[in-house]
Design a binder for this molecule. Structure first.
Ligand SMILES: *[C@@H]1O[C@H](CO)[C@@H](O)[C@H](O)[C@H]1NC(C)=O
Ligand SMILES: *[C@@H]1O[C@H](CO)[C@@H](O)[C@H](O)[C@H]1NC(C)=O
Ligand SMILES: *[C@@H]1O[C@H](CO)[C@@H](O)[C@H](O)[C@H]1NC(C)=O
Ligand SMILES: *[C@@H]1O[C@H](CO)[C@@H](O)[C@H](O)[C@H]1NC(C)=O
Ligand SMILES: *[C@@H]1O[C@H](CO)[C@@H](O)[C@H](O)[C@H]1NC(C)=O
Ligand SMILES: *[C@@H]1O[C@H](CO)[C@@H](O)[C@H](O)[C@H]1NC(C)=O
Ligand SMILES: *[C@@H]1O[C@H](CO)[C@@H](O)[C@H](O)[C@H]1NC(C)=O
Length: 307
């Protein structure tokens, strides 16, 4: 009887033994299933263009009608799972953006028309999830300043549709003019908006005019006790290097650059440090292994009954 129970025990413990040797127990499992079913590219997103989507947004009321803005940044699905959660707690996406000095809109308001994009994930063209603005390092009212004085901002969408659920975050960044100028886009404002964010990650100026599909960067940022390590790779072939059909293309192109240079910055974000007492994280994101607690508890009761 005892021997049998021990074997039973050992079998019960096997899953926890294998899990504890998994380097990334919290993400590995679900990621595996995601990969297997959704064929996520090694880069950590699925190319919308391969399933009827686009890297160009649909904008209302443009002159001429039908102009688009570029989706020029992606947060890879290979980032830490906590970073891909759209929340501030537990080191989530909103906290990551705060580490780059970006936050939700001024006093929760939403100014301007929404833009739509089809990420090829089965959702069709959807309005942006939200607009996120540079907060001038003032997490209270900084985004109000951006709304009025202009500056950097981005819209974002999550690739989480029924046919392609990678969890990657797609961002359309641009540097806008003050509200007094109807929030046009400054000269080179799509490329610069993207590269200022990368510059905020690395802490050094990104040479926009000299970027190629070989350019890569990395940097560390922090907020709320979380430290993030971001690696950035510029990809070509997803957007065209062009001014044609791009919103505000009367003012955005410069002598040596098209309105969009055709590069998309792909960000992979890892949490490199967590607050010492990350109670919220533990509370909101119970460790994956928590399911084993009841199992082990039952095993414990059985063993008590036995001895
Ligand atoms: C999308 O945004 C437009 C304008 O910004 C709005 O009129 C429309 O109701 C929104 N659609 C949805 C489904 O929220
Ligand atoms: C933002 O402000 C804090 C102080 O409030 C300062 O420690 C930090 O260096 C500033 N960050 C940047 C990027 O300027
Ligand atoms: C950080 O972002 C701000 C606002 O977009 C920009 O003015 C600044 O140049 C950026 N820093 C770097 C090093 O790119
Ligand atoms: C871009 O490259 C050119 C030629 O190699 C160089 O003169 C220029 O300083 C570079 N610009 C930046 C912003 O690094
Ligand atoms: C974009 O095209 C221009 C010529 O129109 C070229 O000078 C530039 O190198 C191209 N940029 C990239 C990133 O391919
Ligand atoms: C980089 O761009 C060149 C054309 O400018 C292209 O031939 C090459 O395939 C691209 N490489 C990658 C890795 O996308
Ligand atoms: C802007 O895009 C339109 C197409 O919508 C095109 O006709 C026009 O030539 C473009 N302007 C520039 C400066 O490329």
């Amino acid at each position: 009887m005892l021997i049998h129970l021990n074997t039973f025990f050992l079998l019960l413990c096997l899953p926890s033994l294998t899990l504890s040797y998994d380097e990334r127990p919290r993400t590995g499992h679900s990621r595996f299933w995601r990969r297997a079913s959704q064929k996520v590219a090694a880069e950590g997103f699925a190319n919308p263009k391969e399933s009827g989507g686009s890297f160009l947004t649909q904008v209302e009321n443009t002159t001429p009608p039908g102009q688009s803005e570029p989706v020029n940044m992606i947060i890879s699905a290979n980032s830490d799972a906590d970073v891909l959660k759209d929340q501030e707690d537990g080191g989530g996406l909103r906290n990551y953006w705060l580490s780059l000095l970006f936050a939700g809109e001024c006093l929760g308001q939403h100014s301007g028309d929404s833009q739509k994009v089809d990420l090829g994930d089965g959702h069709g063209a959807l309005n942006e999830t939200a607009v996120i603005r540079y907060n001038y390092n003032d997490s209270q009212l900084g985004t109000c300043k951006e709304s009025i004085e202009g500056g950097n901002h981005f819209r974002y969408w999550v690739q989480n549709g029924p046919t392609m659920n990678t969890g990657a975050i797609f961002m359309a960044a641009s540097y806008e003019m003050p509200i007094s100028q109807q929030h046009g886009i400054v000269a080179n404002g799509y490329n610069l908006g993207r590269d200022y964010i990368v510059g905020n990650i690395t802490g050094s100026v990104i040479p926009t005019a000299n970027l190629t599909n070989q350019s890569s960067y990395s940097g560390e940022t922090s907020f709320g006790g979380f430290k993030y390590r971001t690696t950035v790779k510029y990809l070509s072939g997803l957007l065209q290097n062009t001014s044609i059909g791009i919103n505000h293309n009367d003012s955005v192109p410069t002598g040596d650059m098209n309105a969009i240079d055709g590069l998309v910055a792909l960000l992979e974000v890892k949490i490199s440090e967590r607050p010492k007492n990350d109670a919220t994280a533990l509370f909101l994101n119970p460790p994956r292994r928590a399911w084993q607690i009841p199992v082990l508890f039952v095993a414990f009761i059985i063993s008590l009954a036995c001895f």
